[in-house]
Write a protein that binds this ligand. Structure first.
Ligand code: PNS
Length: 154
């Protein structure tokens, strides 16, 4: 299971999904439905962008979930949560979540370091740069770039 907000998926996320898909036969990329945070793209669009960006990967499916991640994992029979770590600063919160999730369910979290070329990437930064007309073509998969550019024209 590779969970996240994915608003939108970045090349950093995609790097983790691609590398994790080499380790596991089946993987679900799951978008959190968060009623408290509208985000830039709705959940269906986020899922479409992930599906289009991972079309070259076998065994990868895209879904959404709400509520506790571990409940969704149990429903799906998922044994491992995969998370990317960009920097040590990420690990503070990520380790807390991993410990909580394991305590709640026994489900393990496996951390993968993002490629160094993606260490500075975040969905929020990309949205901010794109909003002000900056070039993000090298930071997001083409299906995301297309939609960001379409938003800019609106
Ligand atoms: O991409 P993000 O926003 O860093 O992803 C965070 C996510 C979705 C993995 C995390 O917020 C999550 O699992 N939310 C579901 C609710 C939940 O299970 N909360 C308890 C975590 S210990």
């Amino acid at each position: 299971m590779c969970p996240g907000s994915f608003d939108p998926i970045t090349n950093g996320h995609l790097d983790i999904i691609e590398r994790a898909s080499e380790l596991y036969d089946e993987m679900i990329v799951a978008v959190l439905v968060n009623p408290e945070k509208a985000g830039m793209f709705d959940v269906d669009t986020r899922m479409a962008m992930i599906a289009e960006s991972t079309v070259h990967l076998s065994g990868v499916t895209v879904d959404s979930f709400h509520g506790l991640l571990v409940d969704y994992c149990r429903d799906q029979g998922v044994e491992v949560i995969v998370k990317g770590l960009r920097a040590i600063s990420d690990s503070e919160y990520e380790v807390q979540m991993a410990q909580m999730n394991r305590g709640l369910s026994g489900i393990e979290t496996v951390f993968m370091p993002t490629g160094p070329e993606h260490g500075h990437l975040s969905s929020s930064l990309i949205k901010a740069v794109a909003h002000f007309g900056g070039d993000v073509a090298h930071l997001v998969p083409p299906p995301v770039l297309q939609r960001l550019l379409a938003r800019r024209e609106d």
